[in-house]
Ligand binder design. Structure first.
Ligand code: AHM
Ligand code: MG
Length: 330
């Protein structure tokens, strides 16, 4: 039984390229600790008075749920105390939040405090997504400092609050998973090297948007739906939980392709998901597990961001399927 703390300590003492700094250990332990508290709040649900709307809007014009706001505040407070974070940016904040007096600290952290918010009140899996970038440390922390491509990420993680609470983590040397032991108050390593099979028979997409999709996505999904009698010559299964963390966790666990394409609904919204704190960390994890990730024109991790809250199309998971649909776009 390896605890998260032991795993991190071993990684910090390793001699190889997978070695992490003690400051990274501090950061990940703080993320794990605050996620346990978010998990406890999620677990209490109505009994903790945390369900329902906060009656406020975030920068994307979405109505915030009480738990969006609670989780956001908890993470901001917890990471500001670590002494290793120079600034944070979140789905729930208009602009970045510099940590006063810490502009020279090594990390910038971006997060979606509670992804899949529409699932909170109906008791379906939700999660926290985190991306860690190096701090350029060239003066005060501004939004500009965060605008680094996904390839610059030092670490990425998500915590899924489902039947089990699990933390899934990468530092760029594979993907490991830990399950929360509530009795012990500890994360215990339960997977060493998650791998996404290159082939799959399972896809995840919100089919209700079909009429809005561009032709490459129409073509790809219609071939999957045609099943055995179509050009693919096999049946495909569909899953959609409207919670990226839950859907990507399934892909990391047993393979699959997850898609939230950009579509014709609103020219100002190229896709629904956000690059910096949803697509990038998930793409880093998926690539580290042997999968692939693509927007509609390029590898997601190569996108040079221009705005903190920019959106992108997302197609990630089993390599052969992602490459096929990427080819339809080119
Ligand atoms: P959120 O960050 O406001 O929760 O929105 C992101 C979520 C993803 O978790 C999920 O994949 C997607 O929105 C579901 O969207 P839809 O309701 O259009 O199916
Ligand atoms: Mg989200």
């Amino acid at each position: 039984m390896t605890t998260l703390a032991q795993y991190l300590q071993n990684a910090s003492q390793s001699k190889g390229s997978g070695c992490i700094s003690t400051q990274m250990v501090t950061l990940v332990l703080a993320i794990a600790d605050v996620s346990q508290r978010i998990s406890a709040a999620v677990h209490k649900g109505a009994l903790g008075g945390v369900l329902g709307s906060a009656d406020t809007e975030n920068v994307q014009g979405e109505t915030q749920k009480k738990l969006d706001v609670i989780a956001n505040d908890m993470i901001l407070e917890a990471l500001a105390k670590t002494e290793v974070v120079a600034g944070m940016a979140s789905e729930e904040l208009d602009d970045c939040s510099p940590v006063a007096g810490h502009e020279d600290k090594p990390f910038l952290v971006l997060f979606d405090p509670l992804d899949g918010s529409s699932n909170i009140d109906v008791n379906v899996s939700i999660g926290t997504i985190v991306s860690v970038l190096p701090n350029p440390a060239n003066g005060p922390v501004t939004n500009q400092a965060f605008l680094q491509a996904g390839t610059a990420q030092l670490a990425a993680a998500y915590v899924v609050y489902g039947p089990q609470t699990q933390l899934v983590l990468t530092f760029g040397h594979g993907v490991v998973a830990f399950t929360l032991d509530r009795d012990a108050g500890q994360y215990i390593q339960t997977s060493n090297g998650m791998e996404i099979p290159a082939d799959t028979k399972e896809f995840a997409i919100n089919m209700s948007n079909q009429r809005h999709w561009y032709p490459p996505v129409q073509r790809y999904i219609s071939e999957l739906l045609a099943g055995k009698t179509g050009s693919r010559g096999q049946d495909f299964n569909m899953r959609w939980s409207a919670s990226m963390v839950a859907d990507v966790h399934r892909v990391l666990t047993r393979g699959g392709i997850f898609m939230y394409p950009k579509d014709l609904r609103d020219p100002n919204k190229p896709g629904k998901l956000r690059l910096m704190y949803e697509a990038n960390p998930m793409s880093f994890l998926v690539e580290q597990a042997g999968g692939a990730s693509f927007d509609a024109a390029q590898r997601i991790l190569d996108i040079q961001p221009t705005e903190l809250h920019q959106r992108c199309a997302v197609m990630l998971g089993s390599k052969n399927e992602v490459n096929l649909v990427a080819g339809y776009h080119q």
